[in-house]
Write a protein that binds this ligand. Structure first.
Ligand code: ZN
Ligand code: ZN
Length: 571
């Protein structure tokens, strides 16, 4: 028995239970989803408190071992049968054919194709749980009525269910949306707008540390940094093809004087223009332009999610413009350097995908084959394990995607390396080759972290907010025991300042234990307590995050420990 069939059958049982407990409920749809199922329905004020009762009723139905009976009905009979179910009537109207199938289980009848379990007894009554209740627009359309969606999770065994629930609870504790607010990193404000994070001082420090690190790494690898505007004339996006092929992700034009401008969904056309600001020869290649480019893309409000799905975000973007024969070497570098950088952030496991030519594509077949083979060759040479996503390439070229795995084993799409046969043609990009002739270069788009927003969201979840010392916006809190120790605390602070360490002196009128508790909640890597003894002997008493009290030590020794830890970027 496929688990999806059990999950979907449970959605029927859920609806049957609600119908019994709340007669008059109007039903929408109830599909199986990843890990479980849901049913959309419209009923008088169902709340989370009702879920245990519904769950009980479902178990009762399962234990009664009720059969799922299939029947085919003519449209006219269907309309009669569902006369009190407006959403079902709407579905009947939209479905083709003269007959449709219905399934009956006990008193509940649903319009459905199946398949289901033969009888409810095939379902483990201890293998499922109703988890949440939420609002959902009918058919996901904001203009349609808001229904109530009841979610459940389901597995074949109780063990699997408990494992899943435990993992979920762990994920919940790591939710970057909650931690981001608690740790004062970023914030969403209704008046600013959905999907538009605003970065608080501490979050900005974190971003800047990441940017500075990448800046250094890429500069040493021959990248040149550029900056491009946030808007560009509609004409530019027509030339690039975005207007034609990517418009649904773009916002409406902005009128400036008599001309229309678009908020940029990508940085690429600007980098092409920078390339074209001069005549290029084979000696100039490869040219690598990097930018922390903020782009804006339309996302439906329903799919927005913290920092991982937003409407405005900053890509760690780069474009590599190279001669065709340089593709192999450049891709090798991209992957090697990419893994090194991801590892520094603490990610050591990946899922790698090579996406090949889709049905509709730009460029010549010859170039597609050549580039795809190069990407394959490089993956093989680096002895990487990858999967083929057949036909999953973008229309303009094959690509390699890397999903990083976090500490809970969840994959997150971050790195992408995409060969592009479209833009070089559309913008008529050329370089002078060794024979003195004009030739078309290859262009590779690449984002390593993906976007700073998304990556920081992933970082927060990976570390459950306890960021490694080199990334922590506040690295140390110095807690003087009494007011007479404040002077010494400031002296200690001066030493930190000289080393560019990020610290705070906690001289508020609060107890030491309260300040320590506060520091733990803020996930500060080191908390130092200074009192009489420390002051007299020029020492500090340190508490290390996750370890507790690590004892008294000379200030110089503590500084040594910290600077080493930062230097090696330990995590
Ligand atoms: Zn069904
Ligand atoms: Zn690009």
């Amino acid at each position: 028995m496929k688990i999806e069939i059990i999950r979907h059958s449970l959605s029927h049982i859920l609806a049957a239970a609600v119908q019994e407990l709340h007669p008059g409920t109007k039903f929408g749809i109830g599909p199986a989803i990843e890990n479980g199922f849901y049913y959309d329905l419209s009923s008088v004020a169902l709340a989370k408190e009702d879920l245990p009762k519904i769950e009980e009723k479902m178990k009762e139905i399962i234990k009664k071992n009720i059969a799922f009976k299939k029947e085919e009905l003519l449209m006219s009979d269907l309309n009669k049968l569902f006369k009190d179910q407006p959403y079902k009537l709407e579905l009947i109207k939209e479905l083709p054919g003269e007959k449709l199938t219905i399934y009956q289980s006990g008193d509940f009848i649903d319009l459905c194709q199946g398949p289901h379990v033969k009888s409810t007894g095939e379902i483990n009554p201890d293998g499922f749980k109703l988890t949440k209740i939420a609002g959902a627009y009918w058919k996901g359309d904001e203009k349609k009525p808001m229904l109530t969606r009841i979610y459940g999770v389901a597995f074949k065994t109780k063990r699997e269910l408990l494992d899943y629930l435990q993992k979920e609870a762990e994920a919940e504790k790591r939710d970057h949306r909650i931690l981001g607010q608690k740790l004062e990193l970023f914030y969403f404000d209704e008046e600013v707008g959905a999907g538009l994070p605003i970065w608080q001082p501490k979050g900005t420090i974190l971003r800047k540390i990441i940017e500075d690190y990448l800046h250094k790494e890429l500069t040493s690898r021959g990248y040149q940094w550029v900056i491009s505007p946030h808007i560009g004339k509609l004409e530019l996006w027509k030339t690039s093809g975005h207007w034609e092929l990517y418009r649904e992700n773009m916002y409406s034009p902005i009128k400036i004087d008599e001309e229309e401008y678009m908020l940029k969904p990508m940085n690429c056309p600007f980098h092409v223009k920078i390339y074209q600001s001069n005549i290029r020869s084979y000696k100039d290649l490869p040219l690598k332009y990097a930018e922390f480019g903020t782009v804006y893309r339309y996302e439906r409000s329903g799919v927005l999610h913290g920092l991982t799905r937003v409407r405005g975000f900053t890509q760690d973007d780069a474009h590599i413009i190279c001669a065709p024969e340089q593709l192999s070497e450049e891709t090798t570098k991209l992957l090697k350097d990419g893994f090194k950088i991801l590892k520094t952030f603490g990610f050591k496991e990946y899922d790698i995908y090579l996406s090949t030519r889709p049905e509709k594509y730009a460029g010549t077949l010859k170039n597609w084959i050549k580039a795809t083979n190069v990407l394959k060759y490089v993956l093989k040479k680096l002895k990487l394990k990858w999967q083929i996503d057949s036909g999953g390439g973008v229309f303009y070229g094959p690509k390699i995607d890397i999903k990083i795995k976090d500490s809970l084993g969840r994959p997150w799409q971050c790195t992408t390396i995409q060969v592009d046969f479209n833009l070089p043609d559309r913008f008529n990009m050329t370089y002078i080759n060794q024979k003195g002739k004009k030739q078309r270069p290859f262009m590779v788009h690449r984002a390593l972290l993906g976007s700073l927003e998304r990556f920081i969201g992933v970082l927060i979840e990976h570390y459950a907010g306890a960021l490694p010392l080199w990334l922590a916006p506040e690295q140390i809190w110095v807690v003087p025991v009494g007011s007479r120790h404040e002077k010494y605390a400031k002296e200690v602070g001066e030493r930190f300042k000289a080393l560019d360490l990020r610290f705070k002196i906690k001289d508020e009128n609060e107890t030491v234990s309260k300040k320590i508790r506060g520091g733990e909640l803020q996930k500060i890597p080191y908390l130092l307590v200074v009192g009489d003894k420390e002051m007299k002997t020029k020492q500090v008493r340190a508490r290390e995050r996750g370890k507790g009290d690590i004892g008294m030590m000379k200030l110089t020794k503590f500084l040594e420990k910290l600077t080493t830890e930062i230097k090696v970027k330990s995590f």
